[in-house]
Design a protein around this ligand. Structure first.
Ligand SMILES: CC(C)(COP(=O)(O)OP(=O)(O)OC[C@H]1O[C@@H](n2cnc3c(N)ncnc32)[C@H](O)[C@@H]1OP(=O)(O)O)[C@@H](O)C(=O)NCCC(=O)NCCS
Length: 167
């Protein structure tokens, strides 16, 4: 891949690139569901900025370019909700998505005391479902997003002991 892709915590300055990347990456999901009003496509830049400030947000960088992102936050029941995982289409299939997910999981445990991880994905999104199951997520139910797309809810328990040592 030439230059190497690094994973780091997102800064305020990354919000606009994350916003644009998200818009690009989720086009394939919109096409899959015939719905161009899915949440990641209608989220405003201000809302992305607010999440960068409050949530656990990571980016994958290739040089100065943000080529991947993920975010998560801990809910009242101690579950960390992880979402908006996306990787630039030209760089998919090289393990960047899995690396972003691991970085978010580790930070959510170590910095925010997550007891388990939860994520949701569209029921037809086979690539994402394969990735999530491969890294230990199991289906726990279904939900209906605001955008009307039926979603599958997956969870993974935090392994006992130090997250970095066991994950
Ligand atoms: C879902 C998404 C984030 C995955 O990102 P990614 O970087 O391609 O993910 P990975 O590379 O870690 O895994 C994808 C595949 O590449 C394979 N892969 C991982 N590392 C690899 C490597 N070094 N060489 C070759 N293949 C590799 C994985 O085995 C996996 O294969 P599979 O699809 O058969 O399971 C990306 O496809 C995306 O942005 N999709 C659009 C947005 C979206 O749907 N997000 C999820 C919403 S919940």
């Amino acid at each position: 891949m030439g230059m190497s892709v690094t994973i780091s915590v997102a800064t305020e300055q990354d919000a606009e690139q994350i916003f644009r990347l998200q818009y690009l990456c989720f086009q394939s999901e919109a096409a899959l569901y015939g719905n161009y009003r899915i949440d990641p496509l209608v989220q405003t830049l201000d809302s992305v900025r607010a999440e960068v400030a409050s949530d656990c947000v990571f980016v994958a960088r290739l040089g100065d370019e943000v080529v991947g992102s993920v975010r998560g936050s801990v809910t009242e029941d101690g579950a960390a909700c992880i979402g908006r995982l996306c990787v630039h289409p030209r760089l998919q299939g090289h393990g960047i998505g899995a690396r972003l997910l691991r970085a978010a999981e580790a930070a959510l445990v170590e910095e925010r005391g997550a007891k388990k991880f939860r994520l949701t994905t569209g029921h037809r999104s086979e690539g994402s479902l394969r990735l999530y199951r491969r890294v230990g997520y199991e289906t726990v139910g279904t939900s209906q997003g605001d955008d009307g797309v039926p979603m599958i809810v997956l969870e993974k328990q935090v392994p006992a002991g130090s997250y970095a040592a066991t994950a």
